[in-house]
Write a protein that binds this ligand. Structure first.
Ligand SMILES: [Zn+2]
Length: 120
């Protein structure tokens, strides 16, 4: 079987036939029932994909947030979309991710202990 485009498969798509993508214009997950996007699996998959580029993840989700604001604003719900809630939903979880070390530090000053000054 020759390697085709499938060899460049999205690392985040565990099941490429059921990707956790937003269903517009409601911005709910296409896979998870009644779950707003990005759902927890989508967040996990995005975090894996962007593990070395959290700034890129923030840019991507910022763009998605802008599109979602537009989509949701067009829906006839009687009230405009709550920007703060959407920001929480799209962006804030990345901040929490940043607190988790992404990889092992590369042995910089690990376990280095300065010698105690001799007692006089
Ligand atoms: Zn989902």
């Amino acid at each position: 079987m020759p390697p085709g485009p499938e060899s460049q498969r999205h690392p985040a798509q565990l099941d490429p036939h059921r990707p956790h993508l937003p269903r517009r214009p409601l911005w709910v997950c296409r896979v998870c029932p009644d779950m707003d996007w990005p759902c927890p699996p989508a967040r996990l998959l995005l975090a894996v994909e962007y593990r070395r580029n959290l700034a890129g993840l923030a840019v991507y989700l910022g763009q998605q947030l802008a599109v979602a604001m537009e989509d949701l604003g067009r829906l006839d719900t009687g009230s405009p979309p709550n920007g703060n809630a959407l920001y929480e939903r799209f962006i804030t979880w990345i901040e929490r991710k940043r607190e988790v070390p992404v990889g092992r530090p590369r042995g910089v000053d690990q376990g280095r202990v300065d010698p105690e000054p001799p007692e006089l």
